[in-house]
Write a protein that binds this ligand. Structure first.
Ligand SMILES: C[S@@+](CC[C@H](N)C(=O)[O-])C[C@H]1O[C@@H](n2cnc3c(N)ncnc32)[C@H](O)[C@@H]1O
Length: 211
C-alpha cells in the first residue's frame, strides 16, 4: 500500500482533506495511507521553536533545519519531496515517476521557506505546483497528493475517467454536459443526444483542444 507522510505545521488542513469524498473512501479501503506529522512536535525548547530570523537580515522567518531533520529521520520514506515555488514544475511525466514510490514524505514550508541546508541534506525532489507563491506548502502538497492518488487503481469510482483527461497527449479534455438538455436557451450539442456511439466518439475526439 502506498504511504504518504505530510510533514507540516498545519496538520488539520491535511486531516480535513482526508475526510472528503473519494479520498476518504480510498483511505478507508486501504488503497493508500496518508499520515500527518506535526512539525511542532519536533520543535526546540519549551516553546517548541521551529523557525528563526534569516541570517543576513531580511523579512520573515525561516524554518530551522533541526526540527525538520529530526522529523524526517523519525519518518523515513523512499523519497523526500520538498514543496518549493522554485522546484520542478509538476507535470504528467513527474507524476508517473512519483507513483512508483511506495512511501513519500511531503515537506510543507511556511514563512520564507526552508533553511537551504535541510534541502541540501534530504531533498530527493523539489516540486512546485505553479508559477505563483502561496503562503504554505500544505495546499501544494494536497494538490500533488490528489494528482498522485487518483491514479492509484481503486481510488476513482470509474478508472475510465483517467482515459481521456486534460494533459493527456498534450490536449485539454472535451467539454461535458448533463441534464437538462436546454438550460436558459443554452443547448447540449445534438450529437451527444443522438445515441450514435461512433459519432459521439468522433465528436469527443474533435473537441479535445490543443494545449
Ligand atoms: C511564502 S512561501 C515562501 C516563498 C519564498 N520566500 C519565495 O519567494 O520563494 C512558503 C512556503 O509555501 C510553499 N509554496 C508556496 N508556493 C508554492 C508553489 N508554487 N509550489 C510549491 N510550494 C509552494 C513552500 O513550501 C514555501 O516554503
Amino acid at each position: 500500500m502506498n504511504k504518504y507522510n505530510v510533514i507540516t505545521l498545519f496538520p488539520d488542513l491535511i486531516n480535513e482533506w482526508k475526510k472528503t469524498g473519494i479520498i476518504h473512501q480510498a483511505i478507508s479501503k486501504k488503497i493508500f495511507e496518508v499520515n500527518t506529522v506535526n512539525l511542532r512536535d519536533y520543535g526546540l525548547g519549551d516553546y517548541k521553536q521551529v523557525d528563526d530570523a534569516p541570517y543576513g537580515g531580511g523579512p520573515g522567518m525561516v524554518l530551522m533545519p533541526e526540527p525538520l531533520d529530526n522529523a524526517i529521520l523519525k519518518h523515513k520514506a523512499d523519497v523526500n519531496i520538498f514543496m518549493t515555488p522554485s522546484g520542478d514544475q509538476l507535470n504528467e511525466k513527474l507524476l508517473l515517476e512519483l507513483l512508483e514510490y511506495q512511501s513519500i514524505n511531503l515537506l510543507c514550508g511556511r514563512y520564507e521557506g526552508f533553511d537551504q541546508r535541510i534541502i541540501d541534506m534530504h531533498a530527493d525532489y523539489e516540486i512546485s505546483i505553479g508559477f505563483s507563491v502561496v503562503s504554505g506548502g500544505e495546499i501544494p502538497a494536497l494538490f500533488l497528493l490528489e494528482a498522485i492518488t487518483r491514479r492509484i487503481p481503486g481510488t476513482l469510482g470509474n478508472p475510465e475517467s483517467l482515459e481521456f483527461e486534460t494533459f493527456k497527449e498534450n490536449k485539454y479534455d472535451f467539454p461535458v454536459y448533463t441534464r437538462p438538455e436546454i438550460y436558459k436557451n443554452y443547448e447540449v450539442p445534438d450529437v451527444l443526444l443522438s445515441g450514435n456511439h461512433k459519432k459521439i466518439q468522433e465528436w469527443k475526439k474533435n473537441n479535445l483542444k490543443d494545449i
